[in-house]
Each structure stands twice: as structure tokens, then as C-alpha cells.
Design a binder for this molecule. Structure first.
Ligand code: LMR
Length: 394
């Protein structure tokens, strides 16, 4: 049987990490996978997370099963973080999942269960795992115009024009903030326009919010999602603690469904639990227990918010530093979009050949579509990166 299998295609992001690891050059720079690194190149454990871990080590009495929905206090905390104060707050339900990829898959399976004819519309381009996850769940995938490759910002007219064609059998996936891969975010005006289209044409919005706090702030980054939550009857949300809490390897996320009524949302939750049972049964506990500990303690919550704000401020300073270094070298504002982008990533608009030269000649690892991880950049490497970018583009 196994001899029937053709070889697996490599994941463009995870395979890059392996190639970087095996590169013997000392000056190599990993701007591939989306992890935050401090100025020493480390991905630190947040102090609030350390404190929560210590407290859990003392207080936790058992490792017995938790339940299909995972940690319900964590689920409530995720709902509070995103939806508190919105119209959707009392008609939503949440399930803890193994990371946001787990949430994407559970929600995709749910869509297939509810309406197998569903087409999921993704931004062009989108997170590399969106299409595989949706297709693995049996859904049809379509891309809508999003990124203007000339301005490197959102192509608002093309996007809204395409979305005006989406109808009742469609689900439109939106990035809550910090668009992956481009870094180009939609404005609040555009969130409002999409909300209006959803209500007029009947498509279901699906928000993937995996970088809350890395754009303009924890509250600011949820504003677009909250416009939808105040105005639409149904929506789906996949959220992650990988980046916001630095819990990457703990696989901590949640799937949230907003229904017309609390009863409908609870029913959908029940179906997700059934799907989870036949997939992974229960999510891993540790990360969710940490997040619960932080978000149910005022002092730890404040510490976490302060830490994430410091990371956010640093990322935006790195954006400004890189933009200025490029301006100095080019004498023009061609790369100014870098400082207007938000979150970890920016797509630079380089060709595949230029990305390969960056890697082979300069030791700079960017994802194939020329996505660089600004949050992986050290201040002391800004000049070298700017030199390399000028070398491959001019
Ligand atoms: C990324 O886009 O680099 C991260 O979200 C990691 C992943 O799962 O691909």
C-alpha cells in the first residue's frame, strides 16, 4: 500500500526553516517562519507565561482528561478578548483547538457538514496553509484580489468588487489583523464595506486572527472583527495564542462560532466537538492552562499586555529602521510600504530569482513569495538586510 504514495510536497515555510538550520554560514539571517525574536535572536518565553507556568506547576493536581472542548475558562477568556461588548457576545460558542490551524480545520469541517457546496474565498495571496486546510475538508477554494503588487497595499476597489459577487453559498475568509503574508491590512472603512456586503449578499465572514497585539495593539487589532460581530448574524473565528502569548509549540488556539442565537451557536459547538472526537479528540492542555491563568489574573493580564505592547513597539520600530535604511541607500521611497505594513510580515514584491539570490548570495532566508518576517530581524542586521535588498533589486 505505501508504495502507492507519491512523495509529499514540501511546506514552503517549514522546509525553509530546515534549510536555514543546515546552512553553515555564520552571517545567515532567518526571516522565514513567523516567530518573534528579540535583539539577540532569541524567541523568549514571556514573563507572564513564565509566572503562569510556575503557578501551574505548584497548583495543578492532576493530568486527567479535560474534555472535548478543552479548557472552558480558556474558551471564555478568548471570547472575552475578542468579542466582549459586541452584539455577538451572547450568541457565540468557543472550542479550544490545537493552534489556529486546528481551529481552521474544525471550522472547515463544520462548513462541510452544514453545507458541502460551500466555496471559501481567500485573499490573494493568503497564509500558505489556508488553501490546503480548506481543501482537505472538501471545500472549494477561490481567491479574491487583495494585494496590489505595485503599491504593496490593499487593492480596495478590486477586493470589494470581487466580494460583491460572493453569495449565500460562500464564506469569505478575512485576516483579523497583520495580514499573512503581505502585511497589508484592510482599514476600518473596508471592514464596514465588507460587513455591508455580507449582509446584503448573504455570505458568511470567517476571520482568522492569529496576530492580535502585533499590529496596532490588542484592542485596536480586534476592531475590524468587532465591526462584523456587531452587525452580522453569523460568523466564524479562528484564533491563536502562538504569537500573542509566544506559545508556538504548545498548539493553543480556539474556534469560535457566532450564530443567530445562543442556541444555534451551542448546537454548532456540539457538532465541532463531534468532529474533534473523530480527529484528535482533545486539544493539548498546557498552553490553554497558561493563558487561562494569565487572563483570569489582573496583574498577570497587565504584565502580558505590557509585554506584547513592547514587542509591538519594537516591530514597528524595526519597520521604520529598515525603511529609513533603504531610503538612505536608494534615495527614493520605493520601500516605504514596509513602514505602512503591520504585524510580523511584509511581502516585498521580489521575483523568485531575487528571493533565491537573497538566500544564496546574502544568506537571507525569505519565503518564496518574498515574505520577510520583520519580527525575526535584529536591529544590528538592518543595514546588512538593506544592502542585500538593494543589491538584488537595483
Ligand atoms: C507562518 O506563517 O510563518 C506561521 O504561521 C507558521 C506556520 O504555521 O506556517
Amino acid at each position: 500500500m505505501l508504495d502507492l504514495l507519491s512523495p509529499a510536497q514540501q511546506d514552503p515555510i517549514l522546509s525553509l526553516s530546515l534549510a536555514y538550520r543546515d546552512d553553515p554560514r555564520e552571517h545567515k539571517m532567518d526571516l522565514g517562519i513567523g516567530v518573534y525574536r528579540d535583539s539577540h535572536g532569541q524567541t523568549p518565553i514571556m514573563q507572564a507565561v513564565k509566572a503562569a507556568q510556575q503557578s501551574l506547576a505548584q497548583s495543578q493536581q492532576t493530568k486527567a482528561y479535560v474534555g472535548l472542548a478543552g479548557n472552558e475558562n480558556f474558551n471564555q477568556a478568548m471570547v472575552d478578548l475578542l468579542l466582549k461588548g459586541t452584539d455577538a457576545y451572547d450568541r457565540c460558542a468557543a472550542v479550544q483547538t490545537p493552534g489556529a490551524s486546528g481551529a481552521l480545520r474544525m471550522l472547515a469541517d463544520l462548513m462541510n457538514l452544514a453545507k458541502p457546496v460551500t466555496t471559501v474565498w481567500l485573499t490573494d495571496p493568503s497564509y500558505v496553509n489556508h488553501k490546503p486546510v480548506m481543501e482537505a475538508a472538501g471545500l472549494t477554494v477561490k481567491f479574491y484580489p487583495y494585494f496590489n503588487r505595485d503599491t504593496k497595499m490593499v487593492d480596495t476597489d478590486a477586493m470589494l468588487n470581487a466580494l460583491s459577487q460572493a453569495g449565500a453559498d460562500d464564506v469569505v475568509l478575512l485576516h483579523g489583523c497583520c495580514h499573512n503574508p503581505t502585511g497589508a491590512d484592510i482599514s476600518l472603512k473596508e471592514w464596514e464595506a465588507i460587513t455591508e456586503l455580507a449582509n446584503r449578499n448573504g455570505f458568511t465572514p470567517f476571520v482568522d486572527i492569529a496576530y492580535q497585539g502585533f499590529g496596532d495593539g490588542v484592542e485596536e487589532d480586534a476592531r475590524g472583527l468587532r465591526i462584523l460581530a456587531d452587525n452580522v448574524e453569523e460568523m466564524l473565528i479562528a484564533t491563536s495564542c502562538s504569537k500573542s502569548f509566544g506559545l508556538y509549540r504548545e498548539r493553543t488556539g480556539a474556534a469560535i462560532v457566532v450564530g443567530k442565537s445562543a442556541k444555534e451557536a451551542q448546537n454548532a459547538k456540539g457538532r465541532i466537538l463531534q468532529l474533534a472526537r473523530s480527529t484528535y479528540t482533545m486539544p493539548p492542555d498546557h498552553g490553554a492552562a497558561i493563558v487561562e491563568t494569565i487572563l483570569t489574573d489582573d496583574a498577570l493580564t497587565k504584565q502580558w499586555r505590557d509585554e506584547i505592547e513592547a514587542m509591538n513597539t519594537r516591530i514597528n520600530a524595526l519597520r521604520e529602521g529598515l525603511t529609513a535604511a533603504l531610503r538612505d541607500r536608494t534615495g527614493d521611497g520605493y520601500f516605504d510600504f514596509i513602514q505602512h505594513h503591520r504585524g510580523m510580515f511584509s511581502v516585498l514584491g521580489l521575483t523568485g530569482e531575487q528571493v533565491a539570490t537573497l538566500r544564496d548570495k546574502h544568506g537571507v532566508y525569505a519565503v518564496g513569495d518574498s515574505r520577510i518576517n520583520i519580527a525575526g530581524l535584529a536591529e544590528r542586521h538592518i543595514d546588512r538586510l538593506a544592502d542585500a535588498l538593494v543589491d538584488v533589486t537595483r
